[in-house]
Design a protein around this ligand. Structure first.
Ligand SMILES: Cc1cc2nc3c(=O)[nH]c(=O)nc-3n(C[C@H](O)[C@H](O)[C@H](O)COP(=O)(O)OP(=O)(O)OC[C@H]3O[C@@H](n4cnc5c(N)ncnc54)[C@H](O)[C@@H]3O)c2cc1C
Length: 431
């Protein structure tokens, strides 16, 4: 069947191997080459190959200790289905991305980050152990104590070390499903970064930047801070069933319509700082309200570009990148700005201490050239881009952004993964 990532570019014909049997998976791995896939929410080509193992049938909860919050489940379990079990019991995901429609295997392979990276780190920092199907050792358990190099390479390793079958995760305690959200409107990028620095000990923070505003308003944004509330029910909530029914025609999204949307979004936010209570679903997963929202970008698809700039390079580089993106008149909607804390020891995990910006571009002929120029600027500043969003990065740029790539390849070789696990992305990046 035809498959793609969330950006719908590229799309390819692939054979999908779907099973819930570990024996069948081991056999398929022996026959390789292939790549694992969850719900296909990575934007680019990291879960694309001619043969794909779909892990969504590995959807069982194995154990859940309601006293300690230690949970073990299979890799195809989705965050959404976990939340329905853990929230009513007073537990929450320690790190969550901006959608609940991903699998645990995908969360580990991309070592996802959330709005709390500056205080909590990545998803893998709460993974106590992983059961993984490897080429040379069969099914083994890896953790920070056992097969440590394999554990570190698997977390953030984009499915290239083996197929994750099960994981044990430490959850965090909550008293309510509600979030106390504080909204702050900022005048420009300097003001946004100052606000992040002043509120650095807030658990969750994210800014929606109007990336089409220029001049003295460049980087103006709406910042949303959040803390788990102690008041309100432990209600897990649900994903809304509203679906975008068709691909939007290409002309609908243009600099005028997106500029208008951004202006309205900024204007709608309250002028002074306000704190309100809201359910965790709209706070963490605003885009999950609209099923298949990726159709808004039309049938040619889109790319998400997410980069991180070290704190030391900070403001001037961010300002320059934002101006270049704005001048290209190619960016759509709002960009998402977050602060990252310290990097972890995984060779391919994306976050390093600094500021990260993510924004969407409709696919067109000029895009590869623009992204390549942005990549150069990011590299010069000591930054990198997120592999789980990427569809365009060159091998040369990748290797300059991720200096531990050789360490990663050694682990791949040691467990025979280089003989089996390949994606379009891994071929492009020379892995
Ligand atoms: C609206 C939206 C918001 C997002 N927000 C964030 C965010 O805030 N932070 C963030 O970090 N990411 C974010 N993402 C990206 C998303 O969290 C990751 O791409 C995630 O990996 C997708 O999981 P998936 O189950 O869909 O995996 P897929 O997209 O199917 O696969 C992603 C990678 O995981 C590998 N993989 C999948 N299953 C397995 C397995 N069982 N064993 C080994 N490897 C496997 C694949 O080979 C591939 O390399 C967002 C995505 C969307 C669409």
């Amino acid at each position: 069947m035809k498959i793609s990532g969330w950006g719908r570019f590229p799309d390819i014909d692939a054979t999908i191997l779907s099973t819930d049997s570990y024996e069948a998976i081991a056999k398929q791995i022996a026959d390789g080459p292939l790549i694992g896939r969850g719900l296909g929410r990575s934007y680019g080509d990291s879960s694309l190959a001619n043969q794909v193992i779909d892990s969504t049938r590995l959807d069982h909860l194995i154990s859940f200790d309601r006293n300690s919050g230690l949970l073990r489940c299979q890799a195809g379990v989705t965050l959404d289905s976990l939340l329905k079990i853990i929230v009513p019991a007073g537990w929450f995901l320690p790190v969550t991305p901006g959608t609940a429609r991903i699998t645990i295997g995908g969360a580990i392979a991309s070592d996802v980050h959330g709005k709390n990276h500056h205080v909590a780190g990545c998803f893998s920092q709460f993974v106590r152990s992983i059961s993984i199907a490897t080429v040379s050792e069969g099914i083994i358990e890896c953790s920070p104590q056992q097969h440590e190099a394999l554990f570190r390479a698997t977390c953030g390793g984009m499915g290239l070390t083996g197929l994750v079958l099960e994981a044990e995760i430490q959850l965090i305690k909550i008293n309510s499903a509600m979030i106390n959200e504080t909204v702050i409107k900022t005048r420009n990028l300097d003001h946004s970064l100052e606000t992040f620095a002043e509120r650095a000990d807030t658990t969750y923070s994210v800014a929606w930047i109007d990336c089409l505003a220029g001049g003295r308003s460049l980087g103006r944004s709406v910042i949303m801070l959040g803390e788990h509330s102690d008041h309100g029910p432990l209600d897990a909530g649900d994903i809304s069933p509203i679906t975008v029914p068709v691909d939007f025609p290409g002309f609908v999204l243009n600099p005028t319509t997106t500029g208008l949307f951004n202006k309205l979004y900024y204007a709608r936010a309250p002028g002074r700082e306000v704190t309100r209570q809201q359910h965790y679903r709209p706070y963490f997963y605003p885009l999950d309200k609209l099923h298949q929202w990726n159709r808004i970008y039309g049938k040619n698809g889109f790319a998400q570009y997410q980069f991180v700039i070290p704190i030391a390079a900070g403001l001037p580089v961010l300002r320059e990148l934002l101006s270049r993106i704005r001048d290209s008149r190619q960016a759509s909607f709002l960009a998402v700005l977050k602060a990252f804390g310290k990097a972890n020891d995984n060779p391919l995990s994306f976050p390093i201490e600094g500021y990260t910006l993510a924004l969407d571009f409709k696919i067109n002929q000029q895009l590869p050239d623009l992204l390549q120029r942005l990549d150069e600027q990011v590299i010069d500043a000591g930054g990198r881009i997120s592999l789980t969003k990427d569809a365009f990065l060159s091998e040369n740029s990748f290797k300059r952004m991720y200096p531990d790539w050789e360490k990663f390849c050694e682990v791949r070789k040691a467990y025979g993964a280089d003989r089996c696990f390949h994606s379009l992305q891994s071929e492009r990046l020379g892995l």
